[in-house]
Design a protein. Sequence first.
Length: 510
Amino acid sequence: MDRRDILRLGAVAGAAGALTLGPVSFAGAEGRAGGQGGPGGPDGPADESRTVSGHLPTGAPDFVYVPVEVPPGVREIAVSYTYDKPPVPEGTNGNACDIGIFDQRGTELGGAGFRGWSGGARTEFFLRADAATPGYLPGPIRPGTWHIALGPYTVAPQGLRYEITVTLRYGASGETPKPVYPPQRAKGRGRAWYRGDNHLHSIHSDGRRTPAEIAALARAAGLDFLTTTEHNTTSAHGAWEGLWGDDLLILTGEEITTRNGHVVAMGTDPGVFLDWRYRARDNAFGKYARAVRRAGGLVIPAHPHATCIGCNWKFGLNEADAVEVWNGPYTPDDEVTLAEWDNTLVAHAQGRGAWLPAVGHSDAHRDPDVVGLPQTVVLADDLSREAILAGIRAGRVWIAESARVGLAFSVTGERGAHAGIGERLRVGRTSRVTARLEVTGAPGCTVSLVTDQGTRHTAPLPPSGSGTLTWQTTPDNAAYIRAEVRHPATNRALPGPMAAMTNPVFLGDD
């Protein structure tokens, strides 16, 4: 049975930035064939469908909710949708519309009703007690008002015309399996430098790889840990069973993908959903950043100067625990982020508050994206969630384009005091200090030492790609020192692409 309803924008007003349309209703067991028998029995079909359509103009709210009245006896909800893509002038955004669903518990921000999100990666999905499409959460289909969530990401000047088909399948509900989450610790090597990639996508959002394929690529890349960070869903948290081991720690997280930037929630408690339905103007990010920390995770703005629509980071850095300065192959937007981050280091060097460690991740989605390009290398007490997050939080981090690159960096005072990456060397302002950088696995590269005055000392590596650079200065002359390893420049206007970089060593007693 099929019915078409034309739902007009503005039918029912919702919260700021959202709109709720008129409900889609189903007959259910009662009211069909005189109410005798049951769905799927002699008096009723085993499934029931409704199709609705509508038109959204430019300037539509960020989220448009379509209520669906779900009667008792439903074992599965299936949803498919389409929308038009009319031609637009060059430089004008065309139509793009995301989709997800909330159950009978409602659409409240941060609430319990979230049941899945696929963004624009899928045109159809299903949910039932024992299974769901990747990106969606299996669980009972309880009666009540569910909400399909449309996210008109961009709307053409002609508007966006959509059509949604909802199918309810009746019958006995299956059992929901208890999710098996990754352990919090792997064997490791004690206190050591561990390599990880904490921004990855699989078939559970807009990636094309399975968790098994990602785990295999992580091992091949020489990684010790990874974090699963799907766009606006936690469905992958329980999808890694059998893929971890003594050699690979798997952390859970989410890429919170808002209209004003993306943030990696790294190492959050498994199964914890973190909302994304707000903009910078809503002054809500602090609340949700605190929710990330309550879930045990780190707040890491991702690709702050990326060129994709909605990817630029507009929330400021006051709530961040680290910042992703290098995302995938090194590009000009990473160079802008690096310079912006470097400009924040002087305040901490002068004793004015905490500083933000820099990290780097691949953001790999599909072939030919390289898992572990780049990778965050963390000095941690052991290979555990707690120790890895503590190492990043403290800034004991450097970033490499691959496991082939090795690096050691420290600064030593005249009387033997020394400090490593992310630490402070507490010596007098006129004391002479020596910075030492050792690099392996970077043929054709140039090594540099960078301070608050910019690049101060540079030298090419020998053809082998291995070498040592030393340089002397004083805290009066350098508030901090950090190291960079770069390939030859391919553009006169920009430095060469990064091969490796460190977080700073701060100098002085401040």
